[in-house]
Design a protein around this ligand. Structure first.
Ligand SMILES: [Cu+2]
Length: 68
């Protein structure tokens, strides 16, 4: 299990937080996703054998946010 921090633009409220966290946690291999609204970041714990960073970017972008 490894951790990464994604920089995400456009998350402003609890709804954004829940959308992004929920979408990431639906990916097989992601064990934890936690949004920090003040910093505009998402901490993700995942299995690098199962999940690619690019997949996480796509999933966040599908929710309507930009990954930096
Ligand atoms: Cu929001």
């Amino acid at each position: 299990m490894v951790q990464t921090t994604l920089k995400v633009q456009g998350m402003t409220c609890g709804h954004c937080k829940a959308s992004v966290e929920g979408a990431l946690q639906e990916i097989a291999g992601v064990s934890k996703a936690e949004v920090n609204l003040e910093e505009g970041t998402v901490n993700v714990s995942y299995d690098e054998a199962e999940v690619k960073i690019e997949t996480m970017h796509e999933v966040v972008e599908e929710q309507g946010y930009d990954v930096l």
